[in-house]
Design a protein. Structure first.
Length: 248
């Protein structure tokens, strides 16, 4: 059994074309993501999957495995599944999915995710959440929330503010902000990518709901840090502002 991080990186983003190659302090975003992953003790292998030669050439220059993939994938998970097959992973290997627009990914976060997956081998996939009482994030539909059972398995993911506290309390409501990092057992990754979309998934536009609706469990680990992916050029400007004295 080994643990491989695969980074899906797409050039043709509608909101930010060429995003993985956008420069942050003079270096392409994808380089920052790979650099952060290289410090993760839990990873045995790192690869970047893309359908764009410009991205793949940058990855090769970093001496990181570059996996060419098809250009017709509907999601990063589909690209991940194709790359896992091309890498020849065994069914019992684990695949960590870190998107190419997460330059603030932290080794402690990835190690926590992998530990969560390995400690719950009966659950075929794991993800991360960050406990917070940030009211603005709680109300923001762009921030995904997750609720779990007492054993840390996901009940539901939503863009709505969950859980809802009926009676007002003296303290801010603490909730779990979902972070979009996943760890899949390699055989389940292929199953998941082949599952048909589900009603709640299509309503909320949250792919992870497909697993729950088809009856599969998702183990939720707690992240020691928050993370903000880069979706727009404005996000990139804010990141550079935070990093002006050096990356966090």
């Amino acid at each position: 059994m080994s643990v491989t991080a695969i980074v899906p990186a797409r050039y043709a983003s509608s909101r930010f074309p060429g995003k993985p190659l956008a420069l942050i302090l003079g270096k392409p975003m994808i380089q920052w993501v790979v650099k952060r992953l290289e410090s993760c003790a839990s990873l045995n292998r790192i690869a970047v999957a893309s359908d764009d030669e410009r991205i793949l050439n940058v990855v090769r220059s970093l001496d990181v495995e570059a996996v060419p993939t098809r250009s017709d994938h509907l999601s990063g998970t589909d690209r991940l599944a194709e790359a896992a097959q091309k890498l020849g992973l065994t069914p019992t290997d684990w695949v960590v999915n870190v998107q190419g627009d997460e330059p603030e990914v932290d080794a402690a976060m990835v190690d926590s995710l992998v530990r969560t997956a390995l400690e719950h081998p009966d659950t075929p996939m794991a993800t991360l959440a960050y406990p917070t009482d940030d009211r603005e994030a709680y109300m923001d539909p762009n921030v995904v929330k997750v609720v779990t059972d007492l054993n840390g398995r996901a009940f539901y993911f939503s863009r709505a503010p969950i859980p809802h506290r009926r009676d007002a309390g003296p303290e801010p409501l603490r909730f779990l902000k979902h972070l979009g990092f996943y760890c899949y057992r390699a055989d389940f990754l292929q199953i998941f990518a082949a599952l048909p979309p589900t009603p709640l998934e299509l309503t909320e536009k949250l792919e992870q709901l497909r697993a729950l609706e088809h009856g599969y469990s998702i183990q939720v680990g707690l992240s020691p840090k928050d993370s903000c992916g880069i979706d727009t050029p404005e996000d990139l400007m804010r990141l550079e502002s935070r990093w002006h004295k050096g990356p966090s």
